[in-house]
Design a protein around this ligand. Structure first.
Ligand SMILES: Cc1ncc(COP(=O)(O)O)c(C=O)c1O
Ligand SMILES: [Zn+2]
Length: 502
């Protein structure tokens, strides 16, 4: 639909006009800095930053009900720049001219309600939000669309040129970074650092295929992150980790979409999200807080972060009930099938602490929780979900295991509705399900395959056949007929099928 076809009272709001007001704000010393340059930590105190909108009051001048209409009508716009996360332009990147926006198909991922069997097993109504249906098959594309659109804007404005974008990654960040950077090549080139043998073959293939320079480093993600930080401090590179506050802005779209999908009614809703570097839970809290502040929603949903017992520093921090006595301690991680969340020292921890306080204060009751799950539960719930129509990866399994645990602990109740952040596509982590099917997951994970969840292909090649077809060597005539008949018989016998005579 063209803007001129929309109701007259909405027309002035449909296509946003860029406006200033954004600043970097330090979470340590509260200093603010202009966004004309790329900044990742506070030059004064070294703490992480968030981007604040100094003109947020402008958004509050528009009635919450009108915002809802604006977002709903924008669904019908065909303008590419407005089709992804920038449907919420004023809340995500109000400075961004539409011609700088990079849209590769990210955002607006489906919310799929779990079937009756799964809801009964989990003990409540719930949906999967399939963020694996983003272009590089994980939620990271939301943040990359924002970060790379901003770099694109700086290039167009002549502020920067010949950008080398770098990131450390547990796999999905590098896949997304390399994809979005490759669209803007040769103006942007990318280099990614991965922990050697700690990403899946699919995740390693993705940045290679996008043409990024790929470096494998001994150790785990936390070690890669240190190297990337050292690189970005000493050399002129653009950092694409979630330390980059533009990433957080883009990932807030996840919350905006949930609000819109529930027609802005978030009463009795709960969102489950796996925590690794803690960028995603930061963005989810921040997104809901913004919509609440502008009156787009009038209730904050519960947010439940989930961590594996093999990588649980955030869970441990919140185990201390007295906020005054909480001390954050990085931990040494153990192998986890939720490999992309296998992080012992989350970069966004100060953001989590800051925003969880604000979130609980605004909700006027405890609304942010962190639960811990076992490696066994992660795999079992992933497989059960996939056997019931979902495309959940191990991290979606982790979120779902977290829901079951939260339900048992009474953190969420039967009459609430949950959304599981299924952060990546099942195919990215298919290696773990393959190992499970062979009951061959290495001992250090502590996972034993449950026979009812195991599946394996059956080779049907009847021993009494003299010839079977092969590639380039088809069978014909009687030999082919016999092959079809015998294979059909064997499959029918295995499946216990009774022959129907016509
Ligand atoms: C599939 C997947 N799930 C969850 C996470 C954890 O997200 P975050 O690091 O923002 O906490 C990641 C991060 O790499 C991921 O790739
Ligand atoms: Zn500071």
């Amino acid at each position: 639909m063209k803007p001129s076809d929309f109701p007259k009272d909405l027309q002035p709001y449909l296509v946003p006009t860029p406006r200033g007001g954004l600043v970097y704000e330090c979470l340590g010393c509260s200093r603010t800095y202009g966004i004309e340059r790329l900044l990742y930590t506070c030059p004064e105190c070294g703490q992480v930053l968030l981007i604040q909108d100094r003109k947020f009051e402008d958004l509050q001048r528009i009635d919450g009900l009108l915002w809802r209409k604006i977002f709903d009508y924008r669904k019908m716009l065909t303008l590419p720049a407005m089709r992804g996360i920038y449907r919420y332009h004023e809340f995500i990147g109000p400075v961004m001219p539409l011609e700088s926006i990079l849209y590769l198909g990210e955002g607006h991922t489906p919310m799929i309600e779990a079937n009756a069997f799964m809801q009964e097993r989990a003990g409540m109504r719930f949906f999967f939000k399939n963020d694996g249906q983003n272009p590089s098959a994980s939620f990271k594309d939301r943040g990359m669309a924002s970060a790379l659109s901003y770099i694109h804007f700086l290039i167009q404005a002549g502020t920067v040129s010949d950008v080398l974008a770098v990131c450390a990654s547990t796999g999905d960040t590098s896949a997304a970074a390399a994809l979005y950077a490759s669209y803007l090549q040769p103006k942007i080139k990318s280099a990614v650092l991965l922990p050697h043998k700690k990403v899946t073959p699919q995740q390693l293939n993705q940045p290679l295929a996008s043409g990024a320079r790929v470096f494998e480093i001994p150790g785990v993600f936390d070690d890669c992150m240190k190297v990337v930080e050292a690189l970005s401090e000493a050399y002129p590179v653009a950092l694409l980790n979630s330390k980059n506050a533009w990433r957080i802005l883009g990932q807030e779209s996840f919350s905006f979409e949930i609000a819109q999908d529930f027609e802005y009614d978030l009463k009795n809703k709960a969102v489950f999200v796996p925590i690794g570097n803690a960028g995603n839970i930061t963005a989810i809290m921040s997104g809901f807080l913004k919509f609440h502040r502008a009156g787009v929603i009038d209730c904050l949903p519960k947010i439940i972060g989930v961590q594996s017992h093999h990588a649980d520093p955030v869970f441990r921090y919140y185990q201390e009930p007295d906020p005054e006595r909480r001390i954050f301690k990085p931990i040494t991680v153990k192998p986890s099938v939720a490999q992309a969340a296998m992080i012992g020292n989350p970069v966004s921890m100060p953001r989590v602490i800051h925003l969880a306080n604000r979130y609980n204060e605004t909700a006027a009751k405890p609304s942010v929780f962190v639960v811990q799950v076992t490696e066994q539960d992660i795999m079992d719930w992933e497989l059960l979900a996939n056997r019931n129509g979902h495309i959940s990866c191990t991290h979606g399994g982790e979120s779902l295991a977290g829901l079951v645990s939260a339900r048992q602990q009474g953190i969420v109740a039967e009459d609430e509705t949950a959304v599981i952040d299924s952060t990546a596509h099942a195919l990215k982590f298919a290696g773990f399900t393959d190992l499970y099917f062979q009951n061959a997951i290495p001992a250090e994970f502590g996972i034993t395959a449950r026979p009812e969840l195991v599946n394996a292909p059956v080779l049907v090649s009847p021993a009494d056949l003299e010839a079977v077809p092969a590639a380039g060597q088809p069978l014909s005539g009687k030999a082919f007929d016999r092959f079809v008949r015998r294979v059909t018989e064997e499959i029918a016998t295995t499946l216990n099928l009774k022959e129907e005579r016509s």
